[in-house]
Design a protein around this ligand. Structure first.
Ligand code: HAS
Length: 569
């Protein structure tokens, strides 16, 4: 089977919905990115204040995490799914369903953002108790997640109808990838929905005296690790279905793509305990078992690495590349025509380092050295801040330009942005990796620097690492600034009249294997559920039986051990 560009007009209402799903979080990104650069400036002591523009360190960090890691990623995944499902299954979507999903997500995002910016939800994107937020924050999060479920539920009947009419055809790979993404999402959001609705919301409303903190953290990480694959999988959809064509060739193996997506369904959820290696109340046996499962989840990414390298080699050779390694030179790194290639390719290069450091984190004993240090933000800016963020920026621009029929403003700058971003993230992460290995904490003390000689927590040996991090953060901000310049110029560009429908150009497979075991989601979902029960039943049972006393609510603002006067001359 090949992947022809399906030439049908998208429903006008769906076009507006998708554009809103892309433009709203990109607008919010202004705040998300601004609070990102403030973090590195606080850390390096370049800003010596406990708050900036009325927003304190933890408040800004919460805004940065929630906007960038939850709102932007989820709305993008829904937008991409809406576009690909309707195109690849050649069917309109329910506008009621897609509209309801958007309305719920926007309402939820506004509720959560309002609480963060008014100082009623300074709980970071992990919202661990005993940090306590206003009930509206928890309700907002719940509505936001339900909205994303509704989007998925609108695709299911379309898929089932397509399946019925095309029994002997393989489901288009892009649809397999988007369904895998939302199956993982559906599975992992159930425990966090329980945490939010049954534990945190009643506690926040004053109906219950406290929360079992160990249970809440464990339910959060049941969600929190698959969350990272929910971020990553839409980008893998772009890698498998667009990158080979942008490189000038074909997807090397269709089967590898399908197997990778199915493997993520099975392996994404039963391993969240690797975020809790340092937590008491969970036995070392279960942490060890989930370590092994974590190492397994790297396998579909490695499969992806080899498949994409082979696909790019094929593309490069089609473009005239020769030699054992000489073909690398023939890829369209700076092509204005294929500008999206640079966003996807640079993301892959960054992910090589993000992935390797993930495997270090996953090693139970090595994680003891880096846990809760600056190493962690370095790792995740090379994963969610690398392939995921660049994929979102590039594909959003591609979709906005295509759906509005407007050319991308300033192609040369558009192509340069990912390279600038890569220089920024590599510099930022180098600083934070070094700092982490020298014991620099992941978060600062209420934004107060460790570089003040008057402070009891003065650590001059962290000067170099924090300043390397700050230089990287500033370069990353510059890349985002340039992205907004290109985006605004695209939005302001005159519309190009065209009778051609907008299509997302997808790759054809080079090897078009037809393997039965990856044609049906059901067995993979069943195995995933069994594995989740096997990995979580005993640890959760132990936590519930232990009946830990609930902790009183805690606010980082009220409990900062260092005062402003001790830290700021
Ligand atoms: Fe992670 C913590 C382990 C992947 C995100 N991770 C985090 C946190 C975030 C995050 C946000 O085991 C912090 C959470 C918090 O707030 O506390 N992570 C892993 C492992 C992987 C991994 C084993 N993480 C990700 C991805 C993320 C992400 C993906 C976001 C999208 N992570 C951990 C652990 C922790 C953790 C522990 C907790 C630590 C602690 O102490 O708290 C794996 O999935 C990685 C597998 C990836 C690979 C790389 C494949 C390479 C590819 C590129 C090929 C390139 C090509 C181009 C072809 C094996 C696909 C070649 C070009 C050339 C020029 C050569």
């Amino acid at each position: 089977m090949s992947y022809p560009a399906r030439a049908q007009q998208m429903q006008p209402a769906l076009r507006i919905i998708i554009l809103t799903e892309l433009l709203v979080p990109l607008t919010l990104l202004v705040f998300g990115a601004y609070h990102g650069v403030l973090q590195v400036l606080y850390r390096a002591g370049i800003i010596r204040a406990t708050s900036f523009a009325g927003i304190d360190y933890y408040q800004g960090l919460t805004a940065h995490g929630v906007i960038n890691a939850i709102v932007l990623t989820t709305l993008f995944a829904v937008a991409l799914g809406n576009a690909l499902v309707t195109q690849e299954l050649e069917s309109p979507l329910s506008i009621f369903g897609a509209g309801l999903s958007l309305a719920l997500m926007l309402l939820g995002a506004v509720m959560a953002a309002a609480m963060i910016f008014t100082g009623h939800a300074t709980v970071l994107y992990t919202f661990y108790p005993p940090l306590k937020a206003h009930p509206i924050f928890y309700l907002g999060l719940a509505l936001f997640i339900v909205g994303s479920w509704v989007a998925f539920y609108t695709w299911i009947p379309v898929y089932l109808r397509w399946r019925k009419n095309n029994r002997d055809q393989k489901t288009p790979l892009a649809v397999v990838g988007m369904f895998a993404t939302f199956i993982v999402w559906q599975m992992c959001t159930i425990p966090v929905a329980y945490e939010v609705l049954v534990m945190l919301l009643p506690w926040s409303l004053g109906w219950t005296p406290g929360v079992n903190v160990v249970l809440a953290r464990t339910l959060f990480w049941f969600f929190g690790h698959p969350l990272v694959y929910f971020w990553l999988l839409p980008i893998y959809v772009l890698y498998y279905t667009m990158l080979p064509r942008l490189a000038g060739g074909k997807l090397y193996s269709d089967f590898a793509g399908r197997l990778s997506f199915m493997a993520f369904i099975v392996l994404s959820c039963p391993l969240g305990l690797h975020h809790q290696f340092a937590d008491p109340g969970i036995s070392a046996t279960w942490k060890g078992i989930q370590t092994v499962l974590t190492l397994f989840v790297a396998i579909p990414s490695m499969l992806t690495a080899f498949t994409l390298a082979a696909s790019m080699e094929y593309g490069a050779r089609q473009r005239g590349g020769t030699g054992l390694f000489g073909w690398w030179k023939a890829l369209p790194y700076f092509s204005r025509e294929n500008w999206l290639f640079s966003y996807l390719f640079v993301g892959l290069v960054i992910f090589l380092f993000g992935g390797v450091t993930g495997i270090i984190n996953a090693s139970y004993n090595l994680d003891n050295i880096v846990h809760n240090t600056a190493w962690l933000p370095a790792h995740f800016h090379l994963t969610v801040g690398g392939p995921v963020f660049l994929g979102i920026l590039g594909m959003s621009l591609f979709l906005i330009s295509g759906l509005l029929n407007k050319p991308v403003g300033d192609l040369s700058t558009a192509v340069a942005i990912p390279y600038l971003w890569m220089i920024g993230t590599f510099t930022f992460s180098t600083g934070l990796f070094i700092g982490g290995l020298r014991g620099e904490p992941r978060r600062t003390n209420m934004g107060l620097t460790y570089l003040n000689p008057a402070s009891p927590s003065y650590r001059p040996d962290w000067w170099t690492s924090t300043h390397i991090g700050a230089i990287g953060g500033v370069i990353m901000s510059l890349a985002i600034f340039l992205y907004f310049v290109v985006l605004i110029r695209t939005l302001l560009a005159p519309r190009v009249e065209s009778s051609e429908p907008f299509i997302i150009p997808l790759s054809e497979p080079y090897h078009d294997e037809n393997v039965r075991s990856v044609r049906n989601f059901t067995p993979w979902v069943v195995v995933a559920c069994v594995l989740c029960i096997a990995a979580y039943y005993m640890p959760l049972r132990d936590i519930v039986r232990s009946n830990y006393p609930s902790a009183p609510a805690y606010s980082p603002a009220s409990a900062a051990p260092l005062t402003q006067s001790t830290n700021i001359p």
